[in-house]
Structure formats: C-alpha cells, structure tokens
Design a protein around this ligand. Structure first.
Ligand code: GLP
Length: 240
C-alpha cells in the first residue's frame, strides 16, 4: 500500500477528484467502484466541480455502488442509491443505465448479488475502486470476520457500524442488514483508494497500516492489493 498524507481534507478531495477525472479523461468508459459516507461528501463535491469546469464527459462511465442497506422504503433518503444520485450522478452527464446498485429489494437477493458480480465482470472489472473505512475497519460493509475471498452478499451490520451511522438516520432505525461487494470483489479492482479524514479515524488507520492482515480488521486485506493507495489527511494519519 502506498500512503499519501495531505494537510487537509480539502487537499485529499482535490487529489482524489483529479485522479478520478484524469482516469475518465483517458478512459471514457472507465468503471468506478463508488463508496458512500461522510468521507466521500467532500470528494464528490470537488469531483463534480472539477468535472464541470473541465467539461469531462461521464456519459460512458459506469458506476457501481459498493453497498446498500436492506429494508429501506423505496426512494428512502437514507439509501446509498439516493446518496450517489444527490452527490454525484445527477450533477454530471451519467447515463442512468450505467449506474448500478445492489438490488436489495429483489425477491432473490442471493441471485441479485451473483448478478451484480456478473455485471461487473461483463464490463471488464472495476478500474478504480473508492473506499472509506469504518471505525471497526470495515470496507464497504465487510464487517470484522469477513473472509478475504468474500463476494457480493448479504451481511449483518455490527453494532459499531449501526451506532456510527445512526446520526445520519435522524431518529429512524438503522437497518440490521445490507448487501456489500465482498473483499474478494474489491481486491480484483485494478486500482483502489482507501480514504480517511479526521481524527476519529486515526486509531483504525494506525491498526490497518501497522498491523498484519487480519480478518478482524477487514481493511488490512488491502495489503494484498497490488495497486492500492491509502489517502489521508494529517488528522487521520496522526498515529501512524
Ligand atoms: C459506512 C459505509 C462505508 C463507508 C464507511 C465510512 O458504513 N457503508 O461504505 O466507507 O462506513 O463512513 P464515513 O465516511 O461516514 O465515516
């Protein structure tokens, strides 16, 4: 893993968004794996601004959400589908048919998970995978104990994750389960960015960087990725 530390979260956003826009400029039909969450807010904001300024064409770009909750009502404000529409897709000229989210309302979710993997394969795999990190080291929603070979599947959310995301639900219940790309799915991406900003992530970032590969800290699996950058602000990096 290559580690890059910037002074501020704004500089992290500037770096990551320029990398994504460069990728799309050189490969019009780039396949992006898209994380959600608070860390990604500033990144998508900056990405959209730069893409509009530079008139970058996203019409052939494919986006695959890393994860989605199970059990939300259709069009829920808490869904990651909504998140990606609001923060990214609707600001650029994405084609709706090129944007993908795990089908958590399917009657056969296991089949839908297998189909998600097949669609990723059919477009040549993920060129650039963006990831945040949970306080317990989760990537996507691969919670502690997730197998390094895991694929897109239904997972139970840990109490740490549910309590960390509770504030975003403003009084509504945080779902108990979700669908996430697996660690194996993520490791097949051609390039991967693990992004963390803010002091609250400093402890888990330290465990990932200084620790051995350990399924109790799922992000450590990224140490086996051949092209993974860990991109931090100085607050998230303060214990490394
Ligand atoms: C959430 C998301 C992840 C995200 C992580 C960090 O639960 N499902 O995809 O990367 O946890 O979230 P945040 O950036 O809000 O801290």
């Amino acid at each position: 893993m290559e580690i890059k530390v910037f002074n501020t979260a704004a500089e992290v956003a500037e770096f990551v968004s320029s990398q994504i826009n460069n990728k799309v400029s050189t490969k019009k039909d780039a396949v992006l794996g898209l994380a959600t969450g608070r860390t990604m807010d500033a990144i998508y904001h900056r990405l959209v601004k730069e893409a509009l300024q530079k008139n970058i064409d996203y019409s052939q770009v494919r986006g695959f959400a890393v994860d989605e909750y199970i059990g939300l009502v259709k069009d829920s404000a808490h869904s990651y589908e909504k998140y990606l529409n609001l923060h990214l897709y609707e600001h650029l000229n994405f084609n709706k048919e090129n944007t993908h989210i795990p089908a958590t309302r399917s009657d056969d979710i296991d089949q839908a998970c297998a189909d998600y993997e097949s669609i990723i394969q059919s477009v040549g795999g993920i060129d650039l995978q963006l990831l945040g990190i949970g306080l317990n080291g989760h990537i996507g929603l691969n919670e502690p104990g997730s197998c390094i070979e895991s694929r897109t599947r239904v997972v139970a959310l840990s109490s740490t994750t549910r309590s960390s995301n509770k504030v975003l639900f403003r009084g509504d219940n945080v779902p108990l389960t979700a669908v996430t790309m697996g660690i194996g799915t993520i490791l097949e991406s051609k390039e991967c960015f693990l992004i963390a900003t803010g002091e609250t992530k400093s402890d888990i970032v330290q465990k990932v960087i200084n620790g051995d590969i350990n399924s109790q800290v799922p992000a450590t699996a990224l140490k086996t990725h051949t092209n993974c950058k860990v991109i931090l602000d100085k607050h998230a990096a303060k214990l490394i």
